[in-house]
Design a protein. Structure first.
Length: 332
């Protein structure tokens, strides 16, 4: 793989890559693993939902953006990682058979204030479909070394085997958004990351060296095999939906269940520490605000801060989400 360097980029550069077609099978396979909402799984079920048709998970779209970035603008090479995503917006749904293409615009360059020889590249990534519709934009930063500088030393890492995770038995009622308290926090349970799962996700969506091979990863500044940030985000979504399914079943025994819809995007995603093979991450979500939707009567938006902590109680992941949710029972 080619070595990427800070000097390879200039402000104003626009880099592109080869397009990729997304099949129905791709959409459904990702959804089954990580985002098993009905509008990502089945056409007939999708017709009865907020979305109205089968569409790709937004997390799938983001992961495909990483794959297209690595294959195109990154030319198959690896960066030194990304501290996070400043803002991501899902602007149009990705449909079965859509052909996606990527463009990466370099918006800023700066040297690290603490690590000589390391630079930060600010960029805007956009995905467009074959109808010239922009389906996703993403403002983010990635890290690169200056060419000819000494690589960052590998950090000491213990890569182990994750412990089995028991599914909690803690169902709660699902409220309508009108009744949801700001500050309410929901424990989403834990997800374990083993080497096989990390490598499988990386091969499909983020084939950088430190996600693909433990021996190669040990030679990088990460010091060991670690999960793609998009793998961590997808695991969060799996835990959110697994917890919600338990809460929905509990609520359905007692009355109507409020419907939840898609998300227009998120802000301030931070990959605070690497998630290594053997780590177990516990996720949680906390409501920070809510408001009724002006454009969709009967619906509103939940704003939440979502977090992940590893088995040592160290924060590894956080972001601010926005999700549509039914405001009140129909007719009220």
């Amino acid at each position: 793989m080619p070595e990427l360097a800070f000097e390879d980029y200039s402000v104003g550069d626009v880099l592109t890559g080869e397009p990729m077609t997304v099949s129905r099978e791709d959409i459904v396979a990702f959804a089954r693993a990580f985002d098993f909402q009905p509008f990502h799984l089945d056409e007939a079920a999708a017709e009865q939902t907020f979305a109205g048709r089968l569409i790709a998970s937004g997390w799938h779209t983001a992961a495909l953006g990483m794959r297209l970035l690595q294959q195109g603008p990154f030319q198959g090479g690896s960066s030194l990682g990304a501290p996070g995503i400043d803002e991501l917006r899902w602007l149009a749904p990705v449909l079965p058979g859509d052909t996606l293409r990527v463009s990466l615009t370099i918006t800023g360059l700066r040297d690290s204030a603490t690590k000589p020889g390391l630079g930060f590249v600010n960029a805007l990534l956009a995905l467009a479909n074959g109808r010239d519709e922009t389906v996703m934009t993403q403002r983010f930063t990635f890290m690169l070394a200056r060419r000819g500088t000494q690589p960052l030393p590998p950090r000491p890492v213990t890569v182990g085997t994750p412990s089995p995770v028991a599914e909690p038995n803690d169902a709660e009622p699902v409220p309508y958004l009108r009744d949801l308290a700001i500050g309410a926090t929901r424990d989403l349970g834990a997800a374990s990351f083993d080497a096989d799962a990390i490598i499988a996700f990386a091969r499909a969506y983020d084939p950088q060296a430190f996600h693909l091979d433990d021996a190669a990863a040990r030679q990088t500044h990460f010091g060991g095999l670690c999960a793609s940030g998009w793998h961590t985000a997808a695991a969060y979504m799996n835990r959110l939906l697994t917890t919600r399914a338990r809460d929905v079943a509990f609520t359905a025994e007692r009355g109507p269940v409020p419907e939840s819809g898609p998300s227009p995007g998120f802000r301030n995603m931070r990959w605070i520490r690497p998630v290594y093979a053997g780590d177990t991450i516990r996720f949680a979500t906390k409501v920070t605000d809510k408001r009724a939707s002006a454009s969709r009567p009967g619906w509103g938006l939940i704003f939440a801060r979502n977090t992940g902590m590893n088995q040592r109680d160290e924060p590894v992941f956080a972001f601010d989400s926005t999700v549509f949710h039914q405001w009140a029972p129909p007719g009220e």
